[in-house]
Design a protein around this ligand. Structure first.
Ligand code: MG
Length: 632
């Protein structure tokens, strides 16, 4: 009987919550969300007590327009860039830049369910409203009310056409964890918890940019506050169980609580977000600072999300929310990223990373360098300021044998040659079966880019393309019958940043396939060239193929096994040899550095039929970067 009553009480509380989340609120109810005893809200409270809702709304708008002591991130970034100008002009026509490289027109009467290419990422990112920043900055720069009017119209349209509906377990619990089926109902895309978290982060900046506009009426203020509160309330009940999504969501509720302390729920949002971040830092990163997704984009994205949460606390006098262990681990994560970061602030496209998305910046690394006083923190500051502040690292090439990222380099922000290497365990969904693969940067160009990811997830065609780019055979790797590697259990046989005679060396090994052990040795000689030795052993037989993929430049055959690749002022001479019977040829394949964009590239391959009973077999590749003074 007791259990039954408990269940009924539970059901009633869930129903009340759902009603609270879904039903439009009267003005009175919106004021009920606020702590009217907060200093500065005396006039609002007085009007509310007299049920003078119009006057109370006016007073509340006046309060927010003159509010002191609350800093909203981005509130001072009011100057529009040329990109903002383009994005805002397009937004006026309902052509939304959902992703930097994805632009669709959603119609005069906006169709928030328009989705011509069934990649989940295109559908969900629409609901993050990234282009509203551009409308805001164009408004602040030009003072033209049309931008504010457009923002208000689009905000209201989105709220009207994308009502929250609980989805709970009807999608097998996958909405909360981030995975979606292409046939899911609209609310699963619009109200996926990650998108809610990102709206909480972004909407308050939009709020600050448009707040002084006459379009931002007292009525609109109440609509905004109601929707903002609804987003935070829904998220508090639907946090992802773990993963990078939870970090963004936690940062979202922290910002909501700190930037809108007038809400009665504000402190509970802050506490929930901080508790999540404290728990997740050790779950989502290894002791050496590597992020568990094994993806440079996610790695720095999570660091940035932590920094978002911490900076809003710092700027509002609340750094004490975060313990030293969290701040010190973020320094380790930033240092780990610095090790493979290129001088142009891009990173290798390993796993799902894209070349120009989710990047570090000098500002981000400067923030992180202030979190503690350690050699790593001082070195991060040195890198971020190109040597003007901080302390130069005592090393150039770096290795993290516990997790598997390495980088050979001849310098830092002034490097001419960098080879990041990924020799990690398989990892999870974002990672690829690419053990021992590498990129090669030389003289300002990525001469050997990773094939990238091209797409995320979606319908059958999208999944087919994802599998293609993810495959081992798209990487600088040695395959057997073009199959993907088994889950590797990597062994680090040697990591010698100084192996003598000017040689730096990495030797790793894995059971690439059942019956085939592959050992890859990479030597960086006198900081000038690389010698890569791939050796296979074991009873397996089949076609062995070693591939080396290049970028947008041209590959020219010089003689048997000798090639030259040129891209602008940067070049690479390549020498490749294999066991007797090997056949060298040039293929054409694809690589991708941005979502849904791909470029053709030459791939140098060497094939060998490995007979049953063959002993160890070796392939040797020498890569020698050079600089061409004139672009010829
Ligand atoms: Mg890859």
């Amino acid at each position: 009987m007791q259990l039954t009553l408990k269940r009924i009480a539970g059901l009633i509380s869930i129903l009340l919550f759902l009603v609270a989340c879904t039903a439009p609120k009267s003005r009175e109810e919106v004021f009920g969300l606020l702590n009217l005893d907060r200093p500065g809200l005396e006039e609002v409270k007085s009007h509310c007590e007299k049920k003078q809702w119009a006057e109370a709304s006016e007073a509340l708008l006046g309060y927010y327009r003159t509010r002191q002591g609350i800093y909203i991130p981005g509130q001072e970034s009011r100057t529009a860039s040329s990109r903002d100008s383009l994005w805002a002009a397009d937004a006026m026509q309902h052509t939304f830049h959902v992703l930097a490289d994805t632009v669709w027109n959603y119609g005069k009467d906006i169709n928030w369910e328009y989705w011509p290419v069934k990649d989940i990422e295109m559908r969900v990112q629409l609901h993050r409203h990234g282009w509203w920043y551009s409308l805001g900055r164009m408004y602040c720069t030009s003072g033209d009310e049309k931008y504010a009017a457009e923002y208000v119209d689009e905000f209201r349209d989105w709220v009207k056409k994308n009502p929250y509906k609980p989805f709970g377990v009807d999608q097998n619990g996958t909405v909360s964890s981030g995975s979606l089926d292409v046939n899911s109902p609209n609310e699963c895309f619009a109200w996926r918890p990650l998108e809610i978290g990102i709206r909480l982060l972004r909407w308050c900046t939009h709020f600050s940019l448009f707040l002084d506009s006459p379009q931002f009426t007292p009525e609109f203020l109440l609509e905004f506050l109601q929707s903002y509160h609804q987003n935070a309330s829904v998220l508090m009940r639907s946090f992802s169980p773990s993963g990078n999504h939870l970090i963004h969501q936690s940062s979202g509720v922290i910002r909501a609580g700190i930037c809108f302390p007038e809400f009665k729920d504000a402190e509970s949002w802050v506490k929930a977000g901080v508790d999540n971040l404290k728990a997740e830092i050790s779950r989502q990163s290894y002791p050496d600072g590597c992020h568990f997704e094994l993806d440079p984009g996610y790695h720095i994205g999570v660091v940035e999300s932590y920094d978002d949460a911490i900076q809003v606390a710092v700027d509002n006098g609340r750094l004490d929310l975060f313990p030293a262990e969290v701040l010190e681990q973020l320094v380790r994560m930033a240092s780990y990223y610095q090790d493979y970061c290129y001088p142009d602030w891009t990173h290798p496209c390993f796993s799902d990373a894209r070349r120009h998305d989710d990047l570090a910046s000098p500002e981000l690394l400067k923030d992180i360098s202030g979190y503690c006083d350690s050699p790593q923190a001082r070195q991060i500051l040195w890198f971020a300021t190109e040597g003007r502040e901080g302390e130069a690292p005592s090393y150039k090439s770096s290795g993290h044998p516990d997790t598997g990222f390495y980088a050979f380099r001849d310098g830092w922000y002034d490097a001419n040659i960098i080879m990041p290497v990924k020799a990690t365990e398989r990892g999870m969904w974002h990672a690829q079966p690419d053990f021992g693969t590498f990129e090669l940067w030389a003289y300002g160009k990525i001469l050997m880019p990773d094939a990238g990811a091209y797409v995320y997830s979606g319908d059958t065609e999208i999944e087919r393309q994802r599998a293609y780019f993810k495959a081992t055979a798209r990487h600088n790797a040695l395959t057997l019958d073009d199959r993907n590697y088994d889950a590797p259990k990597p062994k680090v046989l040697a990591w010698q940043p100084d192996a003598g005679r000017g040689v730096q060396r990495l030797v790793v090994e894995h059971e690439a396939y059942e019956g085939l052990t592959r050992r890859r040795s990479i030597s960086f000689v006198k900081e000038k060239y690389f010698e890569i030795v791939d050796e296979v052993s074991g009873p397996a037989s089949g076609r062995l193929t070693l591939r080396n993929g290049f970028g947008r430049g041209a590959l020219e055959r010089i003689s048997e096994g000798e090639y030259v690749y040129r891209d602008g002022c940067a070049g690479l001479s390549i020498s490749i040899t294999g066991p007797k019977g090997s056949v060298i040829s040039v293929d054409t394949d694809w690589f991708s550095e941005a979502m849904h964009e791909k470029s053709e590239r030459p791939v140098l391959r060497i094939d060998l039929d490995r007979a049953s009973g063959a002993g160890p077999q070796r392939f040797v590749t020498v890569l020698r970067p050079f600089y061409i003074p004139k672009d010829n």
